[in-house]
Write a protein of this length. Structure first.
Length: 95
């Protein structure tokens, strides 16, 4: 006799949300590495290094905004009703 086993993989939405959370945690590390890169450049004009730092900063801002937007969209699409305490309870209207 064989028993039906539960799948060992997480749902696609849960998996995607976890990977997005991992990406959000990794962005500061990526940023530190990218900001530290000009230190190793030799004989590079200061203006090029400043342009690189500004473009890196802008790219990190855009990436973090996209990750935050995606995480928020996934959380809203989930349909949490606040039963787990993650959202504030909405007050009831008295008529």
């Amino acid at each position: 006799m064989t028993q039906a086993k539960d799948p060992i993989y997480a749902e696609r939405q849960t998996y995607r949300r976890r990977r997005l959370g991992d990406a959000a945690r990794l962005l500061p590390v990526l940023g530190a590495g990218l900001f530290g890169l000009p230190i190793f450049w030799q004989e590079t004009p200061t203006t090029r290094a400043l342009i690189y730092v500004f473009l890196t900063w802008a790219l990190l801002c855009i990436l973090s905004g996209l990750v935050a937007w995606r995480l928020r969209a996934d959380a809203e699409g989930e349909g949490d009703d606040g039963a787990d305490g993650s959202e504030e309870a909405k007050p009831e209207q008295v008529t």
